[in-house]
Design a protein around this ligand. Structure first.
Ligand code: NDP
Length: 426
């Protein structure tokens, strides 16, 4: 049993993580929120109290922390007796926070791959550039580190593993499709940290095709997908974290990530990019001030957390897995659809933050009760996906499956293996 959670960061995702930890504090114990700006941690605590989301009277405390400071982070982990650290700060912090966990023995979770501020779209597989270099250190220290356990990466990795294990003899392709059909009503905004959001799309798009890395340009390849609940949607081949671990752990020749963008987003993105305003390289202004254009764009855009009130519509994110079973071609689509307004009502957040935050807390619960306490570094697809998907079904993120038997809720703890009897009866 591991208890007491330290949440790092106080942005949109941290807000959801804190609410969900509070809803499960009987098992998780004390909850500490630490970030650069103390007032943002305090505001999250106020909103938990306002929504009456604390399951059980317990400790809920805000701390100021610069998480680049490994010694300060270690000291906070120790002084709060935190055995689980959920890192939902900027991805630039990952390696520092991981180091603090290795130094203290606390379990580590994050929802995005590590990034260095001045490097974009590094050589694939991205996990090998930073995180996997510390795998041996985690194993030596007996530290559980679950990498990329948001929705994508995260839940989509679990979907891939679940489909791979249970529905196929051979998988030919996994297409991860992420569509946000919601409307925030602003002229332009990103749904999570704008700096990180843009960095995903600036340079080479890496996809896994015929068992090798293939490079393309952003917005070079698009496809219309007929999605459950939200209907036909155009999505573009995009580089994304999960391809960089799934291609390593699963024997699947084609793994691609598709993200939906409206024409307006693409136009604004192209203007900003062509003007050089998405550059991560510093420039000097006429007044002699050195600035990073991308950081300026982030500073003027709406804070993603501020989009939540009034956000309408739904997301649909899932894995279309194709292959063969018993000599027959087969495909399944595992997915979740999330409603922006319902998320706001429950925890005061929009659905993108919600879909990223809930899985991190589900994983923390599974570490706390021992089910996922691997005592080494793992990507999500290395863990048993069944308890994870099943637990999220009870936490507001319900998984559905669409295949030749129809479209229905998937409870992996009950519905294994594939629902053959249904086919026989039909
Ligand atoms: P935000 O930008 O809203 O929040 C980031 C937080 O990190 C801010 O509170 C910021 O502090 C804090 N922070 C930055 N630097 C430091 C530091 N040195 N020490 C302590 N805290 C610091 O981002 P989001 O909440 O939208 O995203 C959080 C993470 O979740 C990101 O890694 C993002 O990529 C990931 N994500 C993952 C998704 C998934 O499905 N897997 C989906 C969406 C996001 P301050 O408030 O002072 O700026």
């Amino acid at each position: 049993m591991k208890r007491n959670v330290l949440i790092i960061g106080a942005g949109g995702v941290a807000h959801v993580v804190a609410h969900k930890c509070a809803q499960n504090n009987k098992l998780l114990g004390d909850i500490h929120i630490a970030s650069r700006t103390l007032s943002k941690c305090e505001a999250i605590i106020d909103s938990i109290k306002e929504k009456n989301n604390l399951q059980h009277p317990g400790i809920l405390k805000a701390h100021q922390l610069d998480a680049f400071d490994i010694e300060a982070t270690k000291a906070l982990i120790r002084s709060t007796n935190s055995q689980i650290v959920i890192n939902v700060g900027t991805p630039f912090l990952n390696m520092s926070v991981l180091e603090a966990c290795i130094g203290t023995g606390a379990a580590y979770l994050d929802t995005a791959i590590h990034e260095e501020p001045d490097l974009i779209c590094e050589t694939p597989p991205w996990y090998a550039n930073y995180e996997w270099k510390r795998a041996e250190a985690c194993e030596k220290a007996g530290v559980t580190a679950v990498l990329g356990v948001g929705f994508d990466p995260g839940v989509v990795n679990a979907y891939a593993r679940f489909a791979y294990d249970n529905y196929f003899d051979k998988v030919d392709s996994i297409d991860i499709i992420d569509i946000n059909a919601g409307n925030h009503g602003r002229y332009f905004a990103t749904n999570f940290d704008p700096e990180i959001n843009f960095r995903e799309f600036i340079e080479t798009v890496w996809s896994w095709e015929d068992n090798k890395w293939k490079a393309s340009q952003m917005f070079e390849h698009s496809k219309e997908w007929d999605m459950p609940i939200i209907g036909k949607s155009v999505a573009y081949l995009t580089g994304h974290d999960e391809i960089h671990s799934l291609s390593h752990f699963l024997d699947v020749p084609n793994i691609r990530f598709w993200m939906g963008f409206g024409e307006h987003y693409i136009n604004v993105f192209n203007v900003l990019k062509n003007l050089g305003l998405l550059s991560e390289k510093p420039v000097r202004t006429a007044r002699g001030v050195e600035i990073v254009p991308l950081e300026v764009v982030k500073a003027v855009l709406p804070d993603p957390a501020s989009l939540a009130p009034g956000y309408t519509g739904k997301t649909c994110i899932g894995d279309l897995v194709k292959g063969s079973k018993d000599g027959q071609e087969k495909e399944v689509f595992l997915y979740n659809s999330c409603d922006h307004e319902a998320c706001y009502k429950e925890v005061g957040s929009q659905a993108i933050s919600y879909t990223a935050g809930v899985p991190a807390v589900a994983a923390a619960i599974l570490i706390a009760d021992g089910t996922w306490d691997a005592k080494r570094m793992v990507n999500v697809e290395e863990q048993d996906p069944a308890p994870f998907i099943s637990l999220m079904n009870t936490m507001g993120l319900v998984t559905r499956i669409k295949d030749e038997y129809g479209d229905r809720v998937l409870d992996p703890m009950r519905d294994l293996p594939v629902q053959e009897p249904v086919k026989i009866r039909a």
